[in-house]
Ligand binder design. Structure first.
Ligand code: NAD
Length: 379
């Protein structure tokens, strides 16, 4: 089998495999073609890939590989030229890209979307969403610290004392917990809020204060994920968040319910009530934002508050983000590579079956099938 590693589009600095991950595939007897300059923006040269045994190829040659690997999806035109049975592994958010899923079905492409990896214990080492959320949570705090007109830690100087910044983190999942840990390391006073009761202990273990709204709906049936809350709860929550937001210098927004628009936790009125010079970094920008005034991929200033809606923070840390992404890819693809370096799609494996979106004209992921094609009898 030949794996083809594609160069990412303009503006993306990560690459799906660094040379160290390519080497693992070469050792597994897999041939690897790397598109020329694929790793350049992540500081890995063509020579670095050649040194571990990869072949440097043009984009069109790389696109002819048996299994194509990238983070972003190749263009529509390029997908149209793929051959029946070729395998595409990237991150294409099938639930919001039905046209693409239709195209992959039509062309008989076997596609895996890495954002579809189940969030189970066994799949943790393949979970690119968690890896990238870790990077984003860390970078969100550094971005806020850079943009804030205040120090993060407390200072006692000859020119007087400086009180530490107050950071409020909304949502204490993967990105939120990393944001809390990073803000604590920089010396801020940190508060965090989440609807899941289980988050309280994790937040406290990082040394932050947990802000609690009583009466959250039980999430036991949602496998540990948050569920939609009642209108009464949302009103109570907004009131409490506004109270804490008024005292915060920095707010990091990370609240999400998988597959839904991001919950609005910071209204226009809350921003208006915040102290001028405060900074909001909204990680949920691409799914609507936790702040009503967030503009996706833009930084704006409203009522003296800077609101940053950067949707691709992992791209700003291309070496470590690519390292984590590549390690996730190695762990995932190992599930379907034989000792002879050949592809073996094992549909008995729940991770393979649930991450696969299309295969031989059928939708494989039951989640994608039930949401995008609820009435059709596919597969
Ligand atoms: P996660 O599912 O691990 O965590 C989300 C948390 O939000 C959960 O703990 C959940 O309980 C909580 N939550 C849900 N509804 C809430 C509410 N109403 N109030 C308070 N908390 C609530 O998700 P994650 O992997 O940490 O990702 C968080 C967000 O960051 C997502 O929107 C994701 O798309 C985004 N993200 C952004 C970037 C970027 O570069 N901007 C990169 C990676 C991830």
């Amino acid at each position: 089998m030949t794996i083809g590693l594609l160069k990412e589009p303009e503006g993306e600095r990560r690459v799906a495999l660094l040379p160290e991950s390519v080497k693992i595939f070469i050792d597994l007897k897999v041939k690897v073609r790397v598109e020329t300059q694929a790793g350049e923006t992540a500081f890995s040269s063509d020579e670095n890939y050649q040194a571990v045994g990869a072949e440097i190829c043009s984009r069109s040659e790389t696109l002819q590989s048996d299994l194509l690997l990238s983070i972003h999806t190749p263009s529509e035109e390029e997908i149209n030229q793929l051959k029946k049975g070729q395998v595409l592994v990237c991150q294409f958010q099938p639930l919001s890209n039905k046209d693409l899923v239709d195209q992959l079905l039509e062309l008989n492409i076997t596609s895996f979307s890495m954002d579809n990896v189940p969030r189970t214990t066994r799949a943790q080492s393949m979970d690119v969403l968690s890896s990238m959320a870790t990077v984003a949570g860390y970078q969100a705090v550094l971005t806020a610290a850079n943009q804030s007109p205040r120090f993060f830690p407390m200072f006692m100087t000859a020119a007087g004392s400086i009180i530490p910044s107050k950071v409020l983190v909304l949502g204490a999942g993967v990105a939120g917990l990393q944001a809390i840990a990073t803000a604590k390391r920089l010396g801020a006073v940190v508060e965090a809020f989440d609807v899941r009761a289980a988050a309280e202990e994790e937040v406290k273990s990082l040394g932050a204060k947990f802000v609690k709204v009583e009466g959250a709906k039980d999430e036991a049936s949602a496998g540990g994920y948050a569920v939609e809350q009642s209108e009464e709860y949302k009103a109570k929550q907004q009131e409490l968040i506004q109270e804490h937001a008024k005292k915060a210098n920095i707010i990091i927004c990370t609240a999400q319910i998988p597959g839904r628009k991001a919950p609005v936790l910071i209204t226009k009125e809350t921003v208006e009530a915040m102290a001028p010079g405060s900074v909001i970094v909204d990680l949920a920008a691409s799914s609507g934002g936790n702040c009503e005034l967030t503009e996706d991929n833009q930084t704006c200033e409203k009522y003296g508050v800077k609101i940053i809606g950067n949707s691709n923070l992992p791209s700003s840390m291309p070496i470590d983000a690519s390292k984590m992404y590549g390690k996730n890819m190695v762990n995932f693809l190992k599930l379907m590579i034989t000792t002879e370096g050949e592809l073996n799609l094992n549909w008995e494996d729940d991770i393979v079956a649930n991450t696969c979106v299309t295969h031989q004209g059928n939708v494989m992921s039951s989640r994608v099938k039930s949401i995008l094609y609820p009435t059709e009898k596919v597969n």
